[in-house]
Ligand binder design. Structure first.
Ligand code: G6P
Length: 367
C-alpha cells in the first residue's frame, strides 16, 4: 500500500511525530516487560570477553554510532573504534581476528557502509547490523541482525530511523554491560524501566511543536547556526546541525561545548544563534560556563534543557525549550525531537522542499 502523509504537511513531519510509537515498537522487541530485562536475538558471540567494537556508518546513522560509543564505553567498558564509512577502509584499520564490527544504516544499502562491512567480513570480524530495511543487503550479510522497527522512512533527512537506532543501541549497551558483569540484575531492571519511559518522554518533547514553530522565525534569517553539546549530547549537536543544513540550507555546525573556544567562538556575534543541548547533570555546569562565553560576545542562545537546567541558566536566553527530566540513557532520544522540529520548522519558514532537499538522496549507493 502506498504510504500517505495523512494530516501532515510533509513526510518528515509525520515521521517526527511517529517516533513515540516506533521507538516503543523497537524497544518492545529488545526489552522484556514481564521481568524488565534486555532480550537480544540469539547470537553466537561471546560479548563478555570482547576487547573492542568497531562501528561504521554514514550521515545521521553515524551520529547514532557516536552516541553508542559513549554508551558502550561508559556502561559496558568496551573500547569503541568509530569511523565514517568512507574513511574506514582507506585508513587501513587494525582488525583483530574474532572482533565484533557493527554497522548502522537506515537503508542497509549505503555503498560506503556496505563496502566497509564486506571489508570487515573478509578480515575475520563478526558482523552486527542495526538496520531499518529487513530485506536490505546489510541485513542479508549480517551475523547478528538488530532491526529497527521504524517503518518506511520517506523524508530524505532521517528522523525516526535515528531514534530507533538509538533505542536498539541503548539496549545493546545495557546487554553488554550485563554480560560483562558490570550491571547487576537490579540495575538492568532500572535501566529497562527508564528505557520503557522513552516513548512518553518523546511525547512530552513533541508537545513543544508550536513553540518551536514560533522559534523557527528567529532562526530562519540566520546565515550560520552553532549547536553545542557535551557527552552523548555532543553527537546530538552534530545531528541538529546536519538536519538544519540538509533541509533549510543554513550553514550549521555542531561542536563539543568545551571545544568552541578553540575556534567557532570567533564566529559569534548577535547574528549567530547558538543552540545549546544541556540536560541537567554532572556536565551541566561546564556547559553553562561555555554558554556564558557565547553570551559575553553577544551570541543569541536557545537553551534546550529540563526544568532544573532552565531554572539555573535559562535567564537571558533568546529562547528556551523545556525537556522532561530524563535518565542519561534516554536523553539523546528525547533531545533529538527539538532539534528535528527546529530544522523542520525553519525549513518551512524558508519554503524549501523539506522531503526532497536539493542535491541529497535518501540512500547513497555510490562510493
Ligand atoms: C543519506 C541520507 C541521510 C542518511 C545517510 C546514511 O545521506 O540523506 O539521511 O543518514 O544517507 O544512510 P543510511 O541508510 O546508511 O542510514
Amino acid at each position: 500500500a502506498a504510504i500517505e502523509k495523512g494530516n501532515y504537511r510533509h513526510f518528515m513531519q509525520k515521521e517526527i511525530f511517529e517516533q513515540p510509537t516506533v521507538v516503543a515498537q523497537t524497544l518492545g522487541s529488545y526489552l522484556r516487560q514481564a521481568d524488565n530485562s534486555v532480550a537480544l536475538p540469539q547470537f553466537d558471540f561471546d560479548l563478555s570477553s570482547i576487547k573492542r567494537v568497531t562501528i561504521v556508518a554514514c550521515g545521521t546513522s553515524y551520529y547514532a554510532a557516536m552516541v553508542a560509543k559513549y554508551w558502550f564505553e561508559q556502561f559496558a567498558r568496551v573500547p569503541v573504534d568509530l569511523d565514517v564509512a568512507s574513511e574506514f577502509r582507506y585508513r587501513e584499520p587494525v582488525l583483530e581476528e574474532g572482533g565484533l564490527a557493527l554497522f548502522i544504516s537506515q537503508s542497509g544499502e549505503t555503498a560506503d557502509t556496505l563496502a566497509a562491512l564486506r571489508h570487515c567480513k573478509a578480515n575475520g570480524q563478526t558482523i552486527g547490523v542495526v538496520v531499518n530495511v529487513p530485506t536490505s543487503s546489510m541485513a542479508r550479510e549480517a551475523d547478528l541482525l538488530l532491526p529497527t522497527h521504524a517503518g518506511p522512512e520517506i523524508g530524505v533527512a532521517s528522523t525516526k530511523a535515528f531514534t530507533c537506532q538509538l533505542a536498539v543501541l541503548a539496549a545493546l549497551a545495557a546487554h553488554m554491560a550485563v554480560k560483562r558483569g558490570l550491571m547487576s540484575r537490579k540495575e538492568e531492571q532500572e535501566v529497562v524501566r527508564h528505557l520503557l519511559e522513552a516513548p512518553a518522554c518523546l511525547n512530552a518533547a513533541l508537545d513543544h511543536d508550536e513553540d518551536i514553530a514560533a522559534m523557527a522565525h528567529l532562526i530562519a534569517p540566520a546565515r550560520d547556526v552553532l549547536y553545542l553539546g557535551r557527552g552523548p549530547d555532543y553527537p546530538l549537536a552534530m545531528e541538529g546541525a546536519l538536519k538544519l543544513k540538509e533541509i533549510s540550507y543554513i550553514h550549521a555546525e555542531g561542536y563539543a561545548s568545551g571545544e568552541m573556544k578553540h575556534g567557532p567562538i570567533a564566529l559569534i556575534d548577535e547574528h549567530v544563534p547558538v543552540i545549546v543541548l544541556a540536560p541537567s547533570g554532572p556536565l551541566f555546569e561546564k556547559t553553562v560556563s561555555n554558554m556564558e562565553e557565547v553570551r559575553a560576545r553577544g551570541g543569541q542562545i536557545v537553551l534546550i534543557s529540563d526544568a532544573k537546567g532552565l531554572e539555573a541558566a535559562g535567564e537571558g536566553c533568546m529562547a528556551t525549550i523545556e525537556m522532561p527530566q530524563v535518565h542519561p540513557l534516554i536523553a539523546p532520544l528525547v533531545y533529538a525531537i527539538p532539534v528535528q522540529l527546529l530544522a523542520y520548522h525553519t525549513a518551512c519558514v524558508k519554503g524549501t522542499d523539506v522531503d526532497q532537499p536539493r542535491n541529497l538522496a535518501k540512500s547513497v549507493t555510490v562510493e
